[in-house]
Design a protein around this ligand. Structure first.
Ligand code: MCN
Length: 781
């Protein structure tokens, strides 16, 4: 057999166009007669709109129209739907109008839109819209907002509580009552602001002649966008075409259906011309969703000899001012159910309160819920190790779920697919030379130097499906995928998929799967995605699901192609179909490999159908759907080595070791790239990033000058290793890898800093671990 393309680190075929400026993003598109939209945004975090005067703006040069929330409402735009309402949580879903009608609830909330012949005229006129506000009380902190007397955002959400959800397994009260050791923490998992390279954009072209709209939009999931737009705009789903052209990163922030998408459609409809909106970077900070923002009171208990017996806590999850698309599922299903981590913890309980505040809506940001869970487990495990005087590696080993290859039920109710945690930890310790590091640490301590070693062993839930579970947990869509494999007469192949990658590289890895399975050159395969009129239905790229779920659909189509190919080949070779076999791109008679036809021969004959089996449909094209029987649960062990400057408190990341297991690897280079990016984002949360609001709800970190996005120079070369534990929930045994680095690295780095500062008696610092915070902690301030 030829050497396999599956598993080889071929270069990403997406990159030449991306790095030579030839990729077309939404903002690159221009249509005849296109107008530009600018949004007038509230400078107040909470206020009544007393009056709104658009006269001056309307008369400015180039202005084609100024519109308000009321006008949008009158035109039948129903508002932004929340697409994930978790059952048994009494969730309140207040109206979320794309443009505020009478009240603004966060800085950046839209109050009007201006459309003009060019973007500068639109922005100038937006500044001329006069809004008279009556300021209201402001609340930004998820805990304080629930307390009596806090300003109220929505009448239906008493004490600003959006939902109360619980996860419960075993008997936590009994476990804590009988525990020998209890460790506790109050964790602020701070708010983060996604910084995709490309800000959001939307270009709408409404055709009143046929009542159809095309929306080019920065979306991770164009089919979901189409579905939600149909609910919001009232335009039937089959009359909406959503195209996600090149999308310059999303990290979760381009999952939601956003107000601006509807505004562009509305304006295009009103003015009967194409309308484009492109976000500025400062709008991105205020108007694109934020991530994380939990206050977590948590505790873990166990025995003196290091066995963990229980974990419980209460979480206040900040939802922001309105419920964004997937918002309520993140602090609940994707967070609470993952509190067992890699450990066999029999008793788990958590109460989660979703809370409305006068802040930008919060939704999925890389890891989405799982970093918040992993941080709890992994930092408490370190505290526990310290309390029972065990090495953090040994405590982890003592509590790991033993190897399993056909499902393991954890206390939260999930059934992990496959896992083998100890080898990943062993490998990470070996790459790090853990013993050597501990010795080096002891030597440095004698010299007054603060070196720290931090561990994190994680398991995460991803590969989001199956759809039945999606329905059961209140997700408003399905979670299956579909694919079409289409052979052209020349033997070249187009693969059309429902997933919508935006940086992850499936144009390469999916081509590898097809080339591997069908024996065609990888350069003969082109993967198409991101256009609801051209690609089959799919539920999008997020939750590291594209490969685990999408590859199942590819395999379904591949098998149909092979079956059909055998029939055509048998006919041409005058053999029985039962005698046909397929390998390395050839159909051949079993036992007579020279009696064969290439898959390209068969593709030609199926397409021209000159000499063809009676009754067989012509064409060489197959479509398949795949709904996995379970999620996938990748895992791994990460180790961070840091040095803390005794004088300044500055933390330097000296080494970073990551051993991950995402099952069978399609493209090791792409997988490593995903791990690199993920680690950078997770370390960013530990050390530098954090959104800050003042008491008036003003975003203090509203620009890249104030919000510390990590830079490449802050990082050492990462030292990576893999173990391979195939999943049994999809045909290729692949798990997801897109978020593992982010999930694991925040606690690894945090634990390393706490380890470094242990001799100074420091046990806690809130993230991000900026020099000032670390220095203060070292001074006991
Ligand atoms: N892969 C592989 N072998 C595996 C698993 C994955 O070769 N066993 C490859 C895949 O085929 C794909 C890449 O690794 O090329 C990531 O695949 P997967 O884990 O399936 O994740 P998704 O494609 O579903 O991407 C989503 C994930 C998420 S949730 C966020 S957030 C994120 C991330 O991917 N956002 C990203 N990585 C990103 N990378 C870029 N450049 N930009 C973003 O916005």
């Amino acid at each position: 057999m030829a050497s396999r393309i599956f598993g080889s680190g071929i270069k990403r075929r997406e990159d030449p166009r991306l790095i030579t400026g030839q990729a077309k993003y939404t903002d690159d598109l221009s249509l005849p007669g296109m107008a530009h939209l600018a949004v007038v945004r509230s400078p107040y975090a909470h206020a009544k709109i007393k009056s709104l005067n658009t006269k001056k703006a309307e008369n400015m040069p180039g202005v084609l129209g100024v519109f308000t929330g009321q006008q949008m409402k009158d035109a039948g735009f129903g508002g932004i739907p929340c697409a994930w309402v978790v059952p048994d949580s009494d969730t309140k879903t207040p109206a979320y109008p794309p443009i505020a009608v009478d009240t603004v609830r966060y800085v950046g909330n839209a109050v009007a839109i201006v459309v003009a012949t060019d973007r500068y005229a639109a922005r100038d006129a937006a500044e001329a819209v006069v809004v008279d506000y009556e300021p209201l009380g402001v609340t930004t902190d998820a805990y304080k907002a629930t307390q009596p007397g806090a300003p109220q955002l929505h009448p239906e959400a008493h004490n600003n509580i959006c939902f109360h959800w619980k996860v419960h397994g075993g008997d936590t009260d009994a476990a804590f009552k009988s525990a020998e050791v209890v460790v506790k923490d109050k964790i602020i998992n701070q708010r983060l602001i996604p910084n995709a390279m490309e800000p959001r954009a939307a270009l709408a072209q409404y055709n009143s002649g046929i009542g159809e709209v095309t929306l080019w939009v920065t979306s991770q999931n164009p089919h979901i966008a189409r579905f939600l737009l149909s609910l919001d705009t009232g335009i039937p789903e089959h009359k909406i075409r959503v195209i996600a052209p090149e999308v310059g990163g999303g990290f979760g922030s381009k999952i939601p259906h956003y107000p601006e998408d509807s505004m562009a459609i509305f304006a295009s409809k009103m003015l009967n011309r194409p309308v484009k909106w492109t976000e500025t970077r400062s709008e991105n900070y205020r108007a694109t969703i934020h991530g994380r923002d939990h206050i977590q009171e948590v505790e873990l208990c166990g025995t003196k000899d290091g066995k963990i017996t229980g974990l419980r806590g209460t979480v206040w999850a900040n939802m922001g001012a309105y419920l964004s698309t997937a918002s309520t599922g993140i602090p609940t299903i994707l967070h609470g159910l993952m509190l067992s981590g890699t450990y066999d913890i029999k008793n788990i309980h958590e109460d989660v309160y979703g809370v409305f505040t006068n802040t930008t809506p919060v939704d999925a940001y890389r890891g989405a819920g799982r970093p918040e869970a992993t941080f709890i487990v992994e930092t408490l495990v370190d505290k526990f190790a310290r309390a029972v005087k065990m090495d953090p590696a040994d405590v982890r080993r003592r509590n790991f779920i033993p190897k399993f290859d056909n499902g393991h039920a954890v206390a939260t109710g999930l059934i992990y697919d496959t896992g083998n945690y100890e080898p990943a930890l062993d490998k990470a310790l070996q790459i790090a030379d853990y013993k050597g590091l501990r010795k080096q640490q002891a030597d440095l301590r004698k010299q007054g130097k603060y070196m720290g070693i931090g561990l994190c062993t994680y398991a995460e839930i991803c590969g989001l499906g199956p759809s039945q579970v999606a329905g059961a947990v209140g997700f408003g869509g399905g979670l299956w995928e579909s694919a079409i494999v289409r052979f052209h007469p020349s033997g070249k192949v187009n693969v059309l998929v429902g997933i919508s990658p935006h940086g992850q590289g499936e144009e390469t890895t999916f081509a590898q799967i097809i080339a591997d399975q069908l024996g065609v050159p990888v350069d003969d395969v082109e993967v198409l995605h991101g256009d609801t009129d051209q690609t089959p239905m799919g539920w999008g790229t997020y939750g590291s699901r594209s490969t685990a779920v999408g590859s199942g659909a590819l395999m379904g189509a591949v098998n149909k192609i092979k079956e059909k190919g055998k029939i055509v080949a048998a006919h041409l070779l005058e053999a029985s179909v039962d005698d046909m076999d397929f390998a390395d791109g050839k159909f051949f008679v079993k036992g007579s490999p020279d009696k064969s036809k290439t898959i390209q021969d068969i593709a030609l004959m199926a397409n021209v159908a000159w000499n063809y089996p009676k009754g067989l449909e012509p064409g060489m094209e197959a479509s398949a759907f795949f709904d996995p029987p379970n999620f996938v649960y990748p895992f791994g062990a990460h180790i961070a080595v840091v040095e803390v400057d005794a004088e300044t408190g500055e933390v330097t990341l000296k080494r970073y070791i990551a051993v991950d297991d995402c099952g069978k690897v399609i493209n090791p280079m792409i997988v490593e790239g995903q791990i690199h990016g993920g680690i950078a984002q997770g370390v960013g949360q530990a050390l530098w990033e954090g959104a800050a609001y003042d008491e008036n709800g003003q975003l203090l970190t509203g620009t890249m000058m104030d919000y510390a996005v990590p830079k490449a120079e802050y990082f050492p070369a990462f030292e990576l290793g893999m173990t391979e534990t195939a999943t049994n929930v999809n045909p290729l045994g692949v798990k997801g890898i897109g978020e593992t680095g982010t999930i694991a690295s925040t606690p690894a780095v945090y634990n390393a800093v706490m380890d470094a500062l242990a001799p100074r008696g420091v046990t806690k610092i809130d993230m991000p671990l900026t020099p000032e915070r670390v220095w203060r902690a070292m001074q006991g301030k």
